[in-house]
Design a protein around this ligand. Structure first.
Ligand SMILES: Nc1nc2c(ncn2[C@@H]2O[C@H](COP(=O)(O)OP(=O)(O)OP(=O)(O)O)[C@@H](O)[C@H]2O)c(=O)[nH]1
Ligand SMILES: [Mg+2]
Length: 320
């Protein structure tokens, strides 16, 4: 299962209490205040780690606490600070306050980090001549994590266009393939080797349809996964197995992209006509050629492998 959302509770460490103490000896009978301050509580820090790819770990663990600061003690000794708690998440994780949906931080790149809950400050000791105080409580929050896949290339297209067949042809990913729409319900990632030293991550997402930006079909929930890709493969069923017109599929899907996000619609697209092995494709192809004026397109059969080489070459040029 592909987990791309999680809700977790975090609590930073409380500050240690300040110490109330008087130093007395044979000469000093009244006593001199010598209570040290408490240590600060540990912070909750989220860190993007390139070795983690899913939010799966948060299925099993949802509560995280940082260490409290220790209390101050006599002889002006300051309490030890509490250790910070580092929570590792995959790059591309967006952290929101679960209560109001406010964006707290977008950890887009590996190495990015942010303090989400601050540890409480340690209390004051009485050594400064005033009453000792208690440590402040550490912040606590429920946060929602959302992961946007950071693939290099996203395959978009209507249901049944052959997106999953294509990714299984060019990578080791083995998603379910079937002749009914919405076979793919969750994004699937596949590593595609273009040259010896160039591997790219390709995402197969569930099929899109008219009204996807309003949530129709499996909807826009999945469009966010391709928002950060460098290139899109726009896959079109040129055999029109579901009896739609391939060119109007192309136009409608681009309109959907635009409705969802202008930035997404501006992304480079490789238009790929699939299923050219089917006999009815020839006629559809001629009609498509006549209407398509703005972009070049490639022809493939994800089933037989025809045209895949040319597609990979085009991908290499686009992703570089
Ligand atoms: N003849 C032929 N059939 C194909 C080709 N590519 C895919 N198919 C068939 O088309 C149907 C749908 O393929 P999928 O790969 O599941 O399509 P999808 O775009 O992932 O569909 P959803 O996940 O439902 O959006 C399957 O029956 C495939 O066998 C092709 O190049 N030629
Ligand atoms: Mg699929």
């Amino acid at each position: 299962m592909f987990i791309d959302e999680a809700r977790i509770f975090v609590k930073a460490g409380d500050g240690g209490d300040g110490c109330q103490s008087l130093y007395r000896d044979r000469v000093n009978r009244i006593g001199t205040p010598d209570g040290g301050p408490g240590g600060n509580g540990g912070n909750i820090i989220f860190e993007a780690d390139g070795n983690i790819h899913t939010l799966l770990d948060f299925q099993f663990r949802q509560h995280f606490k940082a260490d409290p600061g220790l209390n101050g003690s006599s002889n002006h000794k300051k309490g030890h600070y509490g250790n910070d708690r580092h929570i590792k998440v995959p790059p591309g994780t967006i952290i929101r306050d679960a209560e109001n949906g406010l964006l707290l931080r977008d950890l887009a790149h590996a190495g990015d980090s942010v303090i989400i809950a601050k540890g409480g400050q340690g209390g004051r000791g009485n050594s400064r001549g005033r009453e000792a105080t208690k440590g402040a409580a550490g912040e606590e929050k429920t946060v929602k994590l959302e992961l946007k896949l950071i693939a290099d290339v996203g395959i978009i297209g209507y249901p049944n266009a052959g997106k999953s067949t294509l990714i299984s042809k060019i990578s080791k990913a083995r998603p379910k393939i079937a002749s009914y729409p919405f076979t793919t319900k969750e994004p699937v990632l596949g590593m595609v080797r273009l040259y010896d030293d160039l591997n790219i991550l390709v995402a197969d997402i569930p099929g899109l349809m008219e009204g996807a930006h309003e949530g129709r079909g499996l909807g826009h929930k999945f469009l966010r996964h391709v928002e950060r890709t460098k290139t899109l493969i726009h896959l079109i069923d040129i055999a029109a197995t579901d009896c739609r017109d391939p060119y109007s599929d192309y136009v409608k899907l681009n309109k959907e992209l635009k409705e969802y996000s202008k930035e997404l619609a501006r992304k480079p697209q490789i238009v790929v006509l699939n299923k050219i092995d089917c006999p009815q494709s020839e006629e559809n192809l001629r009609a498509f050629k006549k209407k398509m004026k703005t972009r070049k397109f490639l022809k493939i059969s994800a089933l037989t492998g025809e045209g895949i080489r040319e597609l990979l070459i085009a991908l290499g040029k686009n992703v570089k």
